[in-house]
Write a new protein. Structure first.
Lengths: 450, 154
């Protein structure tokens, strides 16, 4: 009898260990999930979801990301403090939004403690000096090397989006759109900001980046902000006015929901040819290495894109209670999948002439990189060709090498912008660098353009 | 089952503080935690209020941590005394509670999922099964103490 008991005990222990140590995550080919009709596998739920965090090691002196043929890359500014987004002013000055996540709330369950530790691996490295400010880069002689790098606007609250309309500079802090006076050539703003519209911020503030752009005529602002959870695990109340893009009247600050169900919309930008508003969106986690593809999409007025009730159109997410079949029936699929967990945070349409012909008219996307799959995905800048205002063709890798050969992150791309000379700028938030990509040019020097 | 009465032998506990065995000091914590987790899971399943799922997740983690400590103390008593190993209820008590701990560890992981499926249905089922085993293994534990005098001071 006792040997039998021993055998049962050993079998139970062995079974438990086997169940706890997951194996490979069985992820498929990410390229099957790029384009208008991604392949969606069946939803899976895990005891321990597949996780692989690229450890941040930073850039050694002289190291740069790699670029596709016909391009070159150089650091435009280094030694920054978590640069997350970029904006080019009409006089060619570049604003670098340096921003850190707001203080995390007290853990509501044990998982929050574990995730907090895991996340700190992915964002550690680099300096920990003062952030939450905007730095101005000025390149007076147009040689691609800034002559000055100075603090333009300080003491902000986890800022992300910036847009200039006339003489008014709007900054999307994590809790409000704030308006500042700006005159061409200013290198510092000291005037106190004026709150235009409050935005949903803390105390949870799970997705804290507030993306901002203005309509081409400058009358309206569009601000995007993400959900307050992965998939409503902080309670439905926390999701009030979350995962939306708002349309804000610039004069009065009044707003309405322009589009909803967008889990974490960033990179709001107007597509130059069609005049449509576009965004890149981070979709939900923990239902598989190939679910759900992150995407870019034109944003239709009044449209519902599914979060939290469904994904990629009307694929119901069983984790949400109560379910809302009435809303799911209205959910529309987005335009273009970028593949799962790549974490797109930056979007820039390219209308310049500095880069080779093949990069004109389409969109660059900054992919911050995955954590929720074994095989890392993203950690690069891709180019999606467009024609007639719509994506036309597969995304191509443009800037890579943010990972070293051993899945360590030297940097991670976030926000993108195009400078006055037509160079593509990339904010690298853990590499604390702004990169500038230009045509390697066999013809006339791209710097000789002014 | 052999029913030789060894009540008078009064088997000593090895993991003890001043002849107070550690194992019975610790076991109430996981028992209460797993019952608390079941209650919280039931209320969550009825209300879908995340607060209850969060309660359950804390209960389970604390229950598993203290439960492992209780298991270590119990295992020390079990392994270091052949008189205890000779008791059939001791084996059943150990295996039963090992099953409880393994189920609870799985339940902790199920409860790390987000929102509804962190509880319904798998988490709730595991909580029910865990709590159903507890009175059986508890009975066996009491058998060891009250009938065989395990850990009872001379």
């Amino acid at each position: 009898m006792t040997t039998q008991m021993r055998f049962i005990s050993a079998a139970l222990l062995y079974g438990a260990l086997l169940g706890l140590t997951g194996c490979s995550d069985g992820s498929g080919d990410p390229s099957a999930q790029i384009g208008p009709n991604p392949v969606l596998p069946n939803l899976q739920q895990y005891l321990i979801p597949p996780m692989h965090i690229a450890k941040v090691i930073g850039w050694k002196k002289g190291e740069t990301p790699s670029v596709a043929q016909g391009l070159k890359i150089e650091p435009l500014a280094t030694g920054l403090q978590h640069p997350r987004s970029l904006y080019t002013l009409p006089n060619g000055d570049v604003l670098v939004v340096e921003s850190k996540a707001p203080k995390a709330p007290a853990p509501s369950r044990p998982k929050d403690i574990v995730l907090g530790i895991v996340e700190s691996w992915a964002t550690s490295g680099g300096q920990t000096g003062p952030s939450n400010r905007i730095t101005l880069l000025r390149d007076t002689n147009g040689d691609g090397v800034p002559d000055s790098q100075s603090v333009f606007l300080d003491h902000l609250n986890s800022p992300f989006g910036v847009v200039l309309v006339g003489n008014e500079l709007y900054v999307a802090n994590t809790d409000a759109i704030v308006k500042y006076p700006y005159n061409a050539g200013d290198t510092k703003i000291t005037a106190p900001g004026e709150t235009l519209t409050p935005l949903p911020g803390g105390p949870i503030d799970h997705h804290w980046t507030k993306s901002l752009t203005a309509s081409p005529d400058g009358k309206l602002l569009y601000v995007g902000f993400g959900s307050n959870s992965n998939i409503t695990e902080n309670g439905m109340e926390a999701e009030h006015n979350r995962a939306n893009i708002l349309e804000v009247d610039r004069d009065s600050g009044r707003f309405r929901i322009f589009a909803s169900g967008l889990r974490n919309p960033n990179g709001l930008t107007f597509e130059p040819q069609s005049g449509a508003l576009w965004t890149v969106v981070n979709e939900r986690d923990e239902i598989g290495p190939d679910l759900v593809p992150d995407y870019m999409t034109s944003v239709k007025d009044g449209a519902f894109y599914g979060w939290p009730y469904s994904y990629y159109g009307q694929h119901v997410d069983p984790r949400v209670k109560p379910q809302r079949p009435d809303l799911v029936s209205k959910a529309i699929p987005p335009d273009y999948a970028l593949s799962s967990h790549v974490a797109p945070l930056g979007l820039a349409f390219y209308t310049g002439t500095n880069l080779p012909e093949s990069y004109r008219g389409g969109a660059f996307v900054g992919e911050h990189g995955s954590w929720n799959r074994q095989v890392l995905n993203g950690y690069k800048v891709v180019y999606v060709p467009f024609s007639n205002g719509k994506p036309n063709g597969k995304a191509q890798d443009v800037v890579t090498g943010f990972l070293d050969g051993n899945d360590n992150a030297r940097g991670r791309p976030v926000g993108l912008a195009v400078d006055k000379a037509g160079g593509l700028l990339i904010a690298d938030d853990v590499g604390n660098t702004v990169w500038r990509v230009t045509g390697s040019g066999t013809g006339p020097s791209p710097a000789a353009r002014l | 089952m052999t029913t030789h009465d060894i009540y008078d032998e009064r088997i000593a506990s090895t993991a003890q503080i001043a002849r107070h065995p550690i194992h019975p000091m610790l076991v109430p914590v996981p028992i209460v935690c797993f019952i608390g987790a079941l209650i919280a899971d039931i209320v969550y399943a009825l209300t879908a209020q995340m607060m209850w799922a969060n309660f359950s997740a804390w209960f389970l983690v604390v229950g598993v941590i203290i439960g492992i400590l209780a298991a270590i103390a119990g295992l020390i008593d079990f392994l270091s005394n052949r008189h205890i190993r000779a008791l059939t209820p001791a084996w059943l008590h150990m295996v039963g509670n090992l099953v409880v701990l393994i189920l609870a560890i799985f339940n902790v992981l199920i409860h790390t999922r987000d929102a509804w499926t962190s509880v319904v249905p798998t988490g709730l089922i595991l909580s029910i099964v865990t709590v159903l085993i507890l009175p059986i293994t508890g009975w066996l534990g009491w058998t060891m103490v009250y009938r065989y005098g395990v850990g009872v001071a001379r």
